[in-house]
Design a protein around this ligand. Structure first.
Ligand SMILES: [Zn+2]
Length: 486
């Protein structure tokens, strides 16, 4: 028994050291590339396959051209399948395999997508997602998680931030899992500003490039960030200890007010000018993205063709309206004007009738295809929120349904609900057949809702002008009250 315990302790100690790390990365920053030395300790026999980049991530079909000079030290060898972005290493025994490669900044144009989804590597700044710097194992380690370590051979001469280890400034080794590293970013810059906010609810990190940013803007961003997180926790009754990072950086020579993407535990937003980052449309973008983190525990079934986007993006948009009004950061007039803009874009789009399961095949063409699930889902959420409140005489709102859905998926491995489960959940409040029909028509078939006043709370007035709904808030007090919750 004693021996058994001792052996167990020994194993436990081993696994916390670098000895159990299957992929040990050492990085060196150059002017337009990062040199990677990788020590791979095989956990599978004979050969192991990795992928580099993700085809659909930002539609960067040629991302593989940034991976260059791949070498495996003899006796190991490597076979590269560029078309499928795959690298297979062959090795005779179980000895560690030494691998070298370079990741180059291969952006050929200054666009929002190239600066959000491709590695940006410069003398004084770098930005890359893990999946574009590290190799993603296409195999599973028997019965264990694949551990990864990252360190700089010589640290860049400026602050560094890892989303997978936000307290680490790059001066020491970071140890994490291969899963966690893939969709978390790394960045560094001569003007990188990192601030950590700790509270009983966990840690929030704010990561900015501060050049040209006034103290006022910095303070506004900080206030909004902490405020909005508190509102979202309240909305979702969320009691987790969180570890969330908001990263804001300027686009370089791209004139776009703001866009970005969520990563595992945060959001990277890029903008053209370092002003009004916590106001108007930009505030909405940041809020939407923080929303994903909290909505992360509930999603609609996605399948192969991302058929749940109407919920995962569209409901997220509506919940952003909901919580911004709740937080008193959006008033009735602003809600009105934003919603009417949405109605105009949606109802006048030539592709407004595209069935839900046909959107994805065109999604990365962008234009309206990328926006349709947002518009359609947001408008449907607005409709449903009104329907729920009407049916329950203002006792319930979309928030109650969201909390029901969160509870429904809580025990599942994949936090997805099916259409059937959604219909069941809604039928607690609305006649089942009515909602089943609405979901089929407005989401699955893709017919835009022909709004009538009777579909909405008396808070709102709606009329169709040339088939496009025009919304106005008829009762400001009742409007504000609708979005309150305890
Ligand atoms: Zn989104």
């Amino acid at each position: 028994m004693k021996f058994f315990l001792a052996a167990f302790l020994f194993i436990a100690m081993q696994s916390s050291s670098r000895g159990q790390v299957a992929l040990q990365y050492e990085l060196t920053l150059f002017d337009s590339s990062i040199h990677v030395e990788l020590l791979f300790r095989p956990t599978v026999k004979d050969s192991a396959t990795f992928t580099y980049g993700v085809l659909q991530f930002g539609g960067q079909a040629d991302i593989f051209k940034g991976l260059q000079n791949v070498q495996a030290q003899s006796p190991a060898r490597v076979k590269i399948d560029s078309a499928n972005r795959k690298l297979t290493f062959y090795y005779p025994g179980s000895d560690p395999v030494k691998i070298n490669y370079d990741v180059f900044d291969t952006r050929s144009e200054n666009t929002t997508r190239s600066q959000l989804f491709r590695p940006m590597i410069m003398k004084d700044y770098f930005f890359t997602h893990g999946v574009n710097l590290f190799l993603t194992p296409a195999f599973e380690a028997e019965g264990s998680t694949i551990m990864v370590s990252v360190e700089w051979k010589s640290k860049p001469p400026f602050p560094v931030f890892y989303a997978f280890d936000p307290d680490n400034d790059g001066s020491r080794i970071a140890v994490t899992t291969a899963d966690s590293i893939a969709f978390r970013l790394l960045t560094g810059a001569n003007d990188l500003f990192i601030k950590k906010f700790s509270s009983e609810s966990g840690s929030n990190y704010l990561v900015l490039r501060s050049s040209g940013m006034s103290a006022t803007v910095k303070q506004e961003v900080e206030n909004f960030y902490l405020d909005y997180n508190a509102v979202m926790r309240k909305f979702w009754n969320d009691t987790r200890k969180i570890n969330y990072s908001l990263v804001l950086q300027p686009y370089l020579n791209v004139n776009h007010s703001m866009s970005g993407i969520s990563f595992g535990n945060g959001f990277i937003g890029k903008y053209n000018k370092p002003d009004s980052l916590a106001l108007g449309e930009r505030m909405f973008v940041i809020s939407h993205e923080i929303g994903h983190y909290y909505l992360g525990g509930v999603s609609a079934f996605e399948g192969e063709d991302n058929i749940g986007q109407w919920f995962n993006e569209g409901f997220n948009d509506y919940l952003t309206f909901f919580n911004l009004v709740h937080a008193k950061r959006m008033n009735a007039a602003e809600f009105d004007s934003a919603f009417n803009q949405l109605f105009r874009s949606f109802y006048n789009s030539p592709i407004r009738n595209t069935p839900n399961n046909k959107i994805f095949e065109n999604f990365w063409l962008l234009g309206d295809y990328a926006k349709l699930p947002y518009w359609r889902g947001c408008v449907f959420a607005f409709y449903l929120d009104n329907q729920l409140s009407i049916a329950t005489r203002n006792n319930k709102s979309l928030r109650d349904l969201m909390l029901d859905l969160k509870a429904l998926v809580a025990e599942k491995d994949k936090k997805e609900f099916t259409n059937e489960e959604l219909i069941n959940a809604v039928s607690k409040y609305l006649p089942r057949a009515d909602f089943e029909k609405a979901l089929q028509e407005y989401i699955i078939n893709g017919t835009p809702i022909a709004f009538k006043n009777s579909m909405l709370l008396p808070i709102f007035h709606i009329e169709l002008k040339d088939q496009t709904p025009v919304l106005s808030v008829a009762n400001k007090k009742a409007f504000e009250k609708h979005f309150q919750f305890k």
